[in-house]
Design a protein around this ligand. Structure first.
Ligand code: CO
Ligand code: ZN
Length: 301
């Protein structure tokens, strides 16, 4: 999709897709934008004699949100996540070791999956009108933003590197080597943030779905450069773009790696609110996505 719009395009050793647009002028900046291609998954760790597969997580599989979820494997096999009979859900979620995948097999001999096979959630895209539900909107929402931005950006004094990263969910592993090769002065993560405007017993970090993109102030891996936070806030106010501020207590983004790789960079990010994060059914408000695009475009200009 992006090939005709990029001035240069490459895939590095890890699998990061890296595209450049524009060339840095004397008074311009080298900017790296990162959105991750990978998603939450699981990997088979054991198949028992009856054909039930135990698994471990690739990324943060949310507690309470696995039971009954359907999964599909790279080899096409399907299954459902189930829980040991005596491990009832009371107040605390049972550990991942109490769950298994039932592929319908009757023994280990006819089980379609083996140790090391990987799967993702198997859910259909749903259009609810202005809101959409799908698996892995974390971070397909950010990837969509990058694609839109790259196809629309007019070359100016800035050199903009669009990086579609790998292995973010297992510890922001792809962004570091990509950033090392690019050496940006500014690094922005385009990722999601949990919308907390759902029924809750405590009011914290009130990010609302439909409340606008969140300007990243802090997550567990980065404290944004205050100059970037200020400039984004100024642009959002000037252009009347609804916005919120993100202080995420758990979870990091590629911004963490861009900030400290090589000689370092001014880091920041735009976070799209997502409900039911890391579940098989994540929800995004399309206005948030459009407004995130407006804010990104204003910043790049
Ligand atoms: Co995630
Ligand atoms: Zn993400």
């Amino acid at each position: 999709m992006i090939q005709p719009y990029a001035d240069e395009i490459r895939v590095d050793a890890l699998g990061n897709l890296i595209a450049r647009k524009g060339k840095k002028a004397k008074d311009g900046k080298r900017i790296m934008l990162a959105a991750h291609l990978d998603e939450i998954g699981l990997i088979v760790s054991h198949v028992d004699a009856k054909g039930f597969a135990r698994f471990s997580a690739l990324g943060g599989l949310s507690p309470h949100r696995r039971l009954g979820a359907r999964v599909k494997f790279l080899n096409g096999a399907r299954g459902v996540i189930a829980l040991e009979r005596e491990a009832e859900i009371k107040d605390r979620a049972p550990g991942l070791d109490r769950y298994f995948i039932d592929t319908g097999a009757t023994s280990d001999r006819d089980c379609p999956v083996k140790v090391g096979d990987v799967a993702v959630f198997d859910t259909e895209f749903q259009d609810l009108g202005n809101r959409v539900v799908a698996r892995a909107l974390d971070d397909r929402a950010g990837v969509a933003l990058l694609v839109e931005s790259l196809t629309r950006l007019k070359s100016g004094k800035n050199e903009v590197w669009y990086v579609f990263t790998v292995q973010e969910e297992v510890g922001t592993r792809g962004a570091g080597p990509a950033s090392y090769g690019i050496d940006p002065e500014i690094g922005l993560a385009l990722d999601v943030t949990p919308a907390s405007d759902v029924p809750s017993t405590r009011e914290r970090n009130p990010i609302a779905l439909g409340g606008g993109p969140a300007i990243k102030v802090k997550d567990a891996g980065v404290i944004s450069d205050p100059r970037i936070v200020q400039e984004m806030t100024r642009l959002a106010e000037k252009n009347r773009i609804p916005h919120q501020f993100e202080v995420m207590e758990m979870g990091g983004t590629d911004a963490a790696k861009m900030q400290v790789t090589g000689l370092g960079a001014q880091a920041g990010g735009i976070a799209i609110p997502v409900r039911h994060l890391h579940s098989p059914s994540e929800m995004v408000d399309l206005d948030d996505l459009k407004n995130a695009g407006k804010l990104l475009a204003a910043f790049l200009r």
